[in-house]
Design a protein around this ligand. Sequence first.
Ligand code: ATP
Length: 237
Amino acid sequence: SIMQNILSVKGLSKTYDSGHQALSNINLDIRSGEIFALLGPNGAGKTTLISTICGIVRPGAGQVLVGGHDIVRDYRAARQLIGLVPQELTTDSFETVWNSVSFSRGLFGKAPRPAYIEQILRELSLWEKKDSRIMTLSGGMKRRLLIAKALSHEPELLFLDEPTAGVDVQLRQDMWALVRRLQQGGTTIILTTHYIEEAEEMADRIGVIRKGEIILVEDKAELMRKLGKKQMNLHLA
Ligand code: ATP
């Protein structure tokens, strides 16, 4: 089968009003169905890149095409294909888990599909909590909820911004297993991480970002071979 690029980023740059250049001429093509890990230290520009791709931050220069749709000029069509799991946990809320996830789906203009919502809540071990208020959930459950909300409109491309930062070992294992199941279901996944071990564990390809530039994109196996050969210590955290 022919591998298609679900995402194409061309010459993307971003300078914040502060004058800080967070992204510098980013070029990146993501293949449909792959797991891509964006690896980089604090402040490298990972969140800015994801936010710009998803249409939250306006690019200074360059273009983002999601399924062929320009994120700036054709935002609705492009955003429809994207699920975004942000780094920060949701603020406490009186809303229930079920309503919150259903509402997220509704924002995309999708018809209700309770069986699908049930499926993702079960998948994320949130089914027992469906009638609980978000404010009563643990940090780990809030993280799962954010994933459920991101999946609510059945996106083709899922962004996970540092999904395992500050989570316990069990939840980290659960996250990794979930990402694999999503990939098996046909979802393309882009995750950011500080940890080379996580990129190695999860990804088909790895991109390394430093100071707003993508300095390397490799198949995981190839990158690991090179790192081993050069005895290079890619100290990123
Ligand atoms: P982390 O791993 O800490 O989340 P990151 O790789 O996601 O880091 P970004 O959050 O994209 O990095 O930040 C990249 C740079 O841009 C940092 O120097 C940050 O201080 C700066 N930055 C981020 N958001 C803004 C903003 N709204 N205004 C000005 N500067 C910003």
